[in-house]
Design a protein around this ligand. Structure first.
Ligand SMILES: [Zn+2]
Length: 62
């Protein structure tokens, strides 16, 4: 009997969901340019106050 559970597919589904969750999450940080409290997503975005680019890189420690 052939197994109906595809481990690789499950793994990639979980990874995709995790990536989705992380990319939609907003992070409360201090703008490195104007030092105001801002909420930005991971990656590149612009500060709503000074309009400077904020490049938020997430360092995950596993
Ligand atoms: Zn700023």
């Amino acid at each position: 009997m052939k197994s109906i559970i595809d481990i690789d597919e499950i793994k990639s589904t979980i990874l995709n969901q995790a990536r989705d969750t992380i990319s939609k999450e907003m992070f409360d940080i201090e703008c490195p340019h104007c030092n105001r409290a801002v909420s930005v997503p991971a990656g590149k975005s612009n500060c709503p106050f000074c309009n400077e680019e904020i490049d938020l890189t997430l360092d995950f420690e596993f």
